[in-house]
Design a protein around this ligand. Structure first.
Ligand SMILES: [Ca+2]
Length: 302
């Protein structure tokens, strides 16, 4: 062991500076040892550590240097041993990657199954939506048909037994003509009288003296006309304030169910009566323009 250091320190230090002995003197490196060291250093560059096992080159380098330090000779089996370790490392890495691939494959399979279930669920919902849409469409058509049939039935019923000449309509026991254009009370009377005269009969603003006729006439108005503006009827207290008479000079019944609660108000100038938009009688100024209800057969006495 003369001429060689007994303690060569770390293997890496030895690779970097293998020519310095314990006494600081120069120790020549054997040619075979130098070639193997250089070859291993080149392999170290080509084969980076994958982190799974100890660096085989470093491990064997330590023993090689020690062997070389002792005998100056490196056995050939060290190279084979390094290749075998590398092979084992690669095999281990391969097994690890195969295992990882299996895990990924299993995950993809589970995800694919979940996606398939979701797709089936979405298809079911689409089908249900389609069925509901179809059902809604059928119901809508059915409703339209029912409306048409109902409209036909109503028209037939209204036309059935119609005895009043146009433009008057039979409502209960009387013939009424609803004037849609708004007029003042006196002007409305003239229009009603002319509509009767054209038929060779008397006519004037309507007299609604009974509860039964009141209900039927208002029902007819609600079905066939817009009641929001209100209507003139043939009643007034122009003769004496607070004493209400129909145009045929018969007294008008007061209070409910005919009059709206609080009406007639008795305010001066509100001398003409008619329907409010809710069907009750009210008094209003005669010049106010609203719709009118004419009645065939009414002869004005006042
Ligand atoms: Ca009055």
């Amino acid at each position: 062991m003369a001429g060689y250091p007994e303690d060569i320190g770390s293997p890496l230090t030895s690779f970097v500076s293998p020519v310095t002995g314990a006494d600081g003197g120069y120790i020549p490196e054997a040619p075979q040892s130098r070639q193997r060291r250089q070859r291993r250093e080149r392999e170290r560059v080509r084969m980076p550590d994958i982190g799974l096992h100890p660096d085989p080159i470093s491990t064997y380098a330590t023993r090689d240097i020690q062997d070389e330090s002792v005998a100056g000779y490196v056995p050939e089996e060290n190279t084979a041993c390094s290749d075998e370790t590398e092979l084992l490392s690669l095999q281990e890495e391969n097994r690890f990657m195969v295992s990882a691939m299996k895990d990924k494959s299993s995950h993809i399979t589970r995800y694919s199954k979940k996606m398939t279930k979701k797709q089936i669920c979405i298809q079911d919902r689409r089908q249900k939506m389609s069925e509901l849409t179809g059902e809604s469409s059928r119901n809508c058509r059915l409703l339209q048909e029912t409306r048409q049939q109902l409209g036909s039935v109503i028209a037939e019923m209204e036309g059935h037994g119609e005895t009043c000449p146009s433009p008057f309509k039979t409502v209960g026991t009387a013939c009424y003509y609803i004037v849609e254009e708004p007029h003042g009370w006196d002007e409305a009377r003239v229009i009603c009288q002319e509509s009767g005269r054209s038929l060779g009969q008397d006519a004037d603003l309507a007299i609604v003296a009974t509860c039964d006729q009141h209900g039927k006439l208002w029902h007819h108005i609600l079905i066939n006309h817009n009641a929001s503006l209100g209507f003139h009827l043939g009643g007034t207290d122009r003769g004496e304030e607070g004493f209400w008479y129909w145009l045929d000079a018969t007294p008008i019944a007061m209070g409910v169910p005919f009059w709206r609660p609080g009406d007639p108000e008795g305010i001066g100038g509100q001398d003409c009566m008619g329907f409010y938009k809710d069907g009750y009688f009210i008094d209003r100024p005669c010049h106010v323009a609203v719709k009118s209800v004419c009645q065939l057969g009414v002869t004005g006495a006042i």
